[in-house]
Design a protein around this ligand. Structure first.
Ligand code: WTA
Length: 649
């Protein structure tokens, strides 16, 4: 057992001013699970409906009938909810504060400006043939046009698929093809940490792949003016097509269950899955969690440091905040540029009240010592948030003490691309904090722990984290493959959503996420399937077989450790290691860069040929004393060989 955590009680002044204190949390939580229908019907009123829903919940987790519907007879438009309805009350107040990669560049867009630009873009997209139900791929820098593009899609009833700008042309092509996306919106280049990333070149390369010719048009924002190739008849400049459009564009009436977006994420097997999120339930949940978890109050500047390419950017840079009429800060760059003090300097410059970031960013700063924050005061901060991976108690305390000046509660928010919004998290006015714990469930969320056979476990224990009933923000399916959705999430345990995470519950009922129990890695908060990296490696001529596992990494949380068996006649060399590293970076993207490659003449396999990853994980972590039972291996001697030649990192 680990030592007792240092508990941070709720401060009275925070509880007194918060939307929710502990008594209210307990009462509301009880109501939300006793009467989900009544609770969620009430919550839907936070949105503007064209036709109000008469029923909230209609959901089934049964394996032979996974069917999730919320507010199914209601109609609304997400972009109207994020923009139009705020015009009267806060049209001239900031919606987006944009901070460029270059510290001298920033700008503010009011709700009125964002509305006008979104309408213009939506009109331009119509001209390019985009209709309700079409998929539009966004491959963009962190610039306001990314948010506009998402909202313009929502306005027309088109479905966006945002692909993170760090993904390779092949990864982009795969997603364009899977979604049969006719339009791609991109920029000439993005700028991060003073360096240009050739987005348009990557799009050009992606569209040469077989099948990618479904994409008929590419709309290009001029961000840097850098040199790019131009394909007449296919490529269209954003400023030329958008700027002259009417600033009026009616918002489509959408059913609550019409898709709003798809977002690809990695699983333990196969190609990335396009999770399908819909309209009414998603927005209700994103808005509600944003208000309560961040205890958002009118006029506050809120900053989520995620990229819009990830679900965190969708729900907590764009949809949740804008639905609530909040001021959302969008940062183009990286926290280490031009110096490691940048994050604090941005907080001071824009008077940020709420800072939502990732443990990996905190650990990277912490590695530079307390002085790294000396260039800023950060006394505007009121609340801190963490997401993407478990935050170790040391990093939590450093975040609290150094970044937050020991003044700000930290909300450690556990959730997933599949959940659409935050599921387990403290509420700052209600929840006593224990560093490292995501604490208690959000309203309407029923977490539980089960053993490997699916038996519910009671009390303080370790187990597999499942959710027992639906919540409005939940993904409804996998794009084009409902069967895979059922298989992945609802077939491991009967009538439960399986998260893929392991978890401990303590004597106070607090949840402590321990990490993935499947073959998914979490590297710097980015999800990566081991199978994806393995299949990239075996596509290389020199490679016969590859096995990928995670190992504990001080800054990234997990690093990528690769065991490679070479084809007969190929000699191992440092050059080949470099080549394989480049190969994976090019194939998937820099986020999949291997940290360690070990040559493996053989891999530990069961007699039926299954690779024993448990053993490979132990060797990678240098925990070779506790290898457990190796007697089921076809050839136990390969283990000794791997230990003897363990690569250092
Ligand atoms: C992990 C990101 C511990 C977890 C929103 C989950 C976390 C996966 C936390 C989802 C947290 C996310 N504590 N682990 N606060 N937040 N995770 O889909 O393993 O990119 O299953 O969604 O990240 O990653 P995804």
């Amino acid at each position: 057992m680990t030592e007792q955590p240092h508990v941070h009680p709720v401060r009275d002044d925070i509880a007194a001013n918060a939307w929710v204190d502990n008594a209210k949390y307990l009462a509301m939580y009880q109501q939300s699970v006793d009467d989900p229908e009544g609770f969620w019907a009430e919550q839907a009123k936070r949105l503007d409906w064209i036709k109000a829903p008469t029923r909230a919940k209609n959901t089934s987790f049964a394996r032979d009938n996974v069917d999730i519907r919320w507010y199914e007879d209601g109609t609304l438009n997400v972009s109207a909810n994020c923009l139009d309805r705020h015009l009267e009350t806060r049209g001239d107040k900031p919606a987006i504060i944009w901070e460029g990669d270059d510290p001298n560049e920033s700008k503010t867009l009011t709700y009125r400006e964002l509305h006008a630009r979104t309408c213009q873009l939506a009109n331009a997209m119509k001209e390019l043939g985009v209709k309700k139900g079409d998929v539009v791929t966004l491959y963009m820098p962190m610039i306001p046009e990314a948010a506009m593009a998402m909202l313009a899609c929502a306005r027309l009833g088109a479905i966006h698929s945002v692909v993170f700008g760090g993904f390779s042309p092949d990864a982009l092509a795969q997603r364009v093809i899977d979604a049969e996306s006719k339009l791609i919106i991109t920029a000439d280049e993005s700028v991060r940490g003073g360096k240009q990333v050739p987005l348009k070149d990557n799009v050009d390369a992606a569209l040469t792949r077989k099948g990618a010719e479904v994409a008929e048009s590419v709309l290009v924002v001029k961000r840097t003016g850098g040199d790019i190739d131009w394909h007449e008849g296919r490529d269209v400049w954003f400023h030329e097509r958008v700027d002259g459009q009417s600033t009026d564009c009616p918002a489509e009436e959408m059913n609550a269950e019409d898709p709003l977006f798809i977002l690809y994420t990695s699983g333990s097997t196969g190609t990335p899955k396009g999770l399908k999120h819909t309209t009414g339930g998603y927005l209700t949940y994103a808005a509600m969690t944003h208000q309560y978890v961040f205890d958002y109050h009118d006029g506050e500047v809120y900053w989520c440091t995620a990229d819009v390419g990830w679900v965190t950017g969708h729900s907590y840079i764009v949809y949740g905040p804008l639905a609530n009429g909040a001021i959302t800060l969008m940062f183009e760059g990286v926290p280490s540029y031009p110096t490691h003090g940048r994050m604090g300097e941005i907080v001071d410059k824009h008077n940020v009240s709420i800072l939502y970031t990732a443990p990996t960013a905190v650990r990277a700063l912490m590695a530079h010592g307390d002085d790294v924050m000396a260039s800023s005061k950060r006394d505007s901060l009121r609340l801190l948030g963490s997401v993407g991976e478990p935050i170790n108690p040391e990093a939590w305390e450093w975040f609290y003490r150094v970044i937050g000046n020991s003044q700000c509660p930290i909300v450690d928010t556990w959730w997933q691309t599949e959940t659409g919004g935050i599921m387990i998290s403290p509420l700052p006015g209600a929840t006593e904090l224990k560093p490292g714990s995501a604490t208690r469930p959000f309203f309407g969320v029923r977490p539980a722990l089960v053993d490997n056979e699916g038996h519910l476990l009671e009390g303080a224990t370790d187990g597999n984290l499942v959710i027992l009933d639906s919540w409005p923000g939940q993904a409804r399916s996998i794009w084009g493959n409902h069967e895979r959705f059922v298989q992945t999430y609802f077939s491991t345990y009967d009538n439960m959503y399986f998260t893929g995470d392991g978890c401990r519950r303590d004597e106070d009922g607090y949840y402590w996420i321990t990490g993935r129990v499947d073959d998914v890695l979490n590297v710097s908060g980015h999800r990566m399937g081991t199978a994806e990296i393995e299949s990239s490696l075996v596509a290389h001529d020199a490679v016969a077989e590859a096995a990928v596992v995670g190992f504990p990494h001080d800054i990234k949380g997990q690093g990528i450790y690769i065991y490679v068996t070479l084809n007969d006649g190929i000699d191992p060399s440092d050059e080949l290691k470099k080549e394989l590293t480049q190969w994976v970076r090019k194939d998937i993207g820099p986020i999949a860069s291997p940290d360690v490659i070990q040559w493996a003449p053989g891999l530990p396999k069961t007699r039926s040929g299954k690779i024993m990853r448990r053993i490979l994980r132990k060797i990678a972590a240098n925990e070779t004393d506790g290898l457990g039972d190796t007697s089921t291996l076809a050839d136990p001697s390969v283990v000794d060989e791997l230990i003897a030649n363990r690569a250092t990192h």
